[in-house]
Design a protein around this ligand. Structure first.
Ligand code: PMP
Length: 401
């Protein structure tokens, strides 16, 4: 009996993936050349599956700030902020984020994943109720597992379903209710009706938590996200985000209009028992945050490319999962068809994300593209050319769900 026996089905799948021309489960980039180009097996390919929405990973000022931080503070902090203290820059970044979003408190974490674990997992305690959208990211589900609170899912993007569940469950809840949704959903690329959710929360006195990991930098004034675009940022109690997408580094933050939030940081295990973000990471993020705030030109380019890609794929008859956004998900009819499509796109020099169950909601099989402000019109034409080859080989439209 091997400890791996329970994973036999997965291991069999992995073995099949290894036998393919390119292993989708073990993708290796030999060199990242620019935000939109990489070298793979001696060939230059177009990157259309990063979350580099503003294309800032090679920004000269951010790189210089990171290099200077290493020169002044070294390569790592070697400990957690509770045990070993904060660097001034961790706190400066927290103040800058709170100022940008008009919030009273902010905590920076080492990754976006840990941000949700720490914030949601700690805010909701034993007598509380957490209500999450069914399509929530794994970090939100895992946060619920960490918390002692009762967790209930409501139907994706359905404020009416949330309303009914709150109506039914609140009378038997001793503590508070925390509602968790996302701004832009990472797999289908659809946005949430945050105004309607905020109204339901207000009606029931529930706390409103929004994860804007994918929407920061993309929507709203100064890139403040979907809640800002929909005019309800002041109704959000807790707002989480990540540095690993538009902000082009690694780390995360949760900010709140409640001043007490700042003071419970030491109770958060994913804050207290892990090393803090490196000086280089914090320094480059401060630079990219300033650029994100001023980045109207970048956003305009990103949206123009998103519309171009969406229109081109729709014209070819592909089934797309949502209205135009920088995340474009192309629906395929099976696992196998998706993997074969991914291989063909790689062959044509285009890297996209292979997204199949269990990583996707509702068992969807997707070729997921995410665009960057650094993509050019020609890049999108090249991506469309690769999809045209795919379209020549078979049915493109797929019945949704
Ligand atoms: N929240 C959402 C909605 C995400 O999509 C992700 C990552 N894709 C995270 C949180 C975690 O962020 P990170 O990868 O920076 O840890």
């Amino acid at each position: 009996m091997s400890i791996f026996d329970k994973y036999a089905a997965f291991l069999e799948r992995y073995q099949m993936a290894e036998m393919m021309p390119k292993n989708p489960l073990g993708m290796r980039f030999d060199e990242i050349l620019t935000p939109t180009r990489a070298r793979v097996d001696g060939r230059e390919i177009i990157l259309a599956g990063t979350n580099n929405y503003l294309g800032l990973t090679f920004d000269e000022d951010a790189k210089a700030a990171a290099a200077e931080a290493i020169a002044h503070h070294g390569t790592g902090t070697t400990g957690s902020r509770m045990a070993n203290g904060s660097y001034a820059e961790h706190q400066d970044l927290e103040a800058e984020i709170a100022d940008w979003l008009g919030m009273k408190s902010c905590i920076v974490f080492t990754t976006g994943y840990q941000t949700n674990l720490a914030a949601i997992g700690t805010l909701a305690g034993r007598d509380d109720l957490i209500l999450i959208d069914a399509d929530s990211h794994a970090s939100i589900y895992d946060a619920c597992r960490m918390s002692d609170a009762k967790m209930v899912r409501f139907k994706h993007n359905r404020p009416d379903d949330l309303d009914q569940k709150l109506e039914r469950l609140l009378p038997e809840t001793k503590g508070s209710a925390l509602v968790v949704v996302e701004g832009l959903y990472s797999m289908f690329g659809d946005i949430a009706p945050l105004g309607e959710f905020a109204a339901v929360c207000e009606k029931h006195g529930a706390y409103f938590f929004v994860d804007e990991a994918h929407s920061v930098g993309v929507y709203g004034e100064e890139g403040r996200g979907v809640a800002d675009m929909q005019g309800v940022l002041d109704k959000v109690d807790f707002f989480s985000g990540t540095f690993s997408k538009s902000l082009a580094s690694v780390g995360g933050f949760c900010t709140s209009r409640h001043a007490e939030f700042d003071r419970i940081r030491s109770i958060m295990r994913p804050y207290t028992f892990t090393a803090s973000a490196s000086p280089a990471t914090i320094a480059s993020t401060r630079v990219t945050l300033a650029k994100l705030r001023e980045g109207e030109g970048l956003r305009q380019n990103l949206w123009a490319r998103a519309e171009q890609l969406h229109a081109g794929l729709s014209e070819m008859g592909f089934t797309l999962c949502a209205e135009p956004s920088p995340i474009v998900a192309v629906r395929r009819s099976s696992d196998l068809e998706t993997v074969m499509g991914w291989q063909q796109l790689m062959q044509a020099g285009v890297y996209v994300n292979l997204a199949v169950p269990p990583a996707t909601p509702k068992g969807a099989c997707l070729l997921r593209l995410s665009l960057s402000a650094a993509h050019t019109e020609d890049d999108i034409d090249a991506i469309l050319g690769a999809f045209a080859q795919l379209a020549e080989q078979g049915a493109v439209a797929v019945a949704a769900e």
